[in-house]
Design a binder for this molecule. Structure first.
Ligand code: FMN
Length: 177
């Protein structure tokens, strides 16, 4: 009998649309082995449900995951640029706080988007996301990953979407969907 394909859930937080694009590109890579759902953190349930892999991604805000004040600032800046964005009542930090712990060591991975300064990424949201996932019993599969934008509102640097798809493909292979 053919085993049904495992499911993967990708939860993202985004203001200017860059992290959403990365989440969707990661989903393309995961699709080779998983049935993938990509969902905005504002619409995500606090339980991942019957999935074989959970991926979480958000922008670096003030060196880590967003907070209420940085979210307000991001919404303000996005609106000033004419980007359609709804007020964010929570980000991945708060969603992860509410997330149901895993008793089965569900495979998980985390990424963020950031402005690259020279060769450096200033801060990390992905590291903090993954630490929270691990503290809740999830099983980290790969190292946290940064994807880079040119400026606060983007665009993503050349090749980042392709890199995100490749990261998703390797992640899917590692987990073995
Ligand atoms: C309030 C605020 C704080 C930020 N702080 C940082 C930071 O500490 N390090 C960094 O690399 N990028 C920082 N950024 C840039 C964001 O990472 C960038 O806006 C994000 O990657 C864009 O993703 P989005 O289009 O999905 O919102 C900040 C942006 C905002 C709006």
């Amino acid at each position: 009998m053919v085993e049904p394909r495992k499911k993967a859930l990708v939860v993202y937080e985004s203001y200017f649309g860059n992290t959403r694009k990365v989440a969707e590109a990661v989903g393309v890579g995961l699709k080779e082995r998983f049935d993938v759902t990509v969902v905005d953190v504002l619409d995500a349930e606090p339980s991942p449900g019957e999935v074989g892999l959970l991926v979480v991604g958000g922008p670096i805000h003030a060196f880590s995951m967003s907070r209420a004040a940085t979210r307000e600032e991001a919404v303000k800046q996005a609106r000033a640029l004419g980007v359609p964005v709804v007020p964010h009542t929570l980000g991945v930090r708060e969603w992860l706080e509410q997330l149901e712990p895993s008793t089965t060591h569900l495979p998980a991975a985390a990424f963020d988007t950031a402005v690259k300064v020279g060769w450096f990424t200033v801060g990390s949201a992905a590291g903090a996301e993954l630490s929270t996932l691990k503290a809740k019993g999830y099983d980290a599969q790969v190292r946290p990953q940064h994807f880079h934008v040119k400026d606060v509102d983007g665009p993503l640097l050349a090749g980042e979407l392709e890199r995100a798809t490749e990261w998703g493909r390797v992640l899917a292979e590692t987990v073995g969907g």
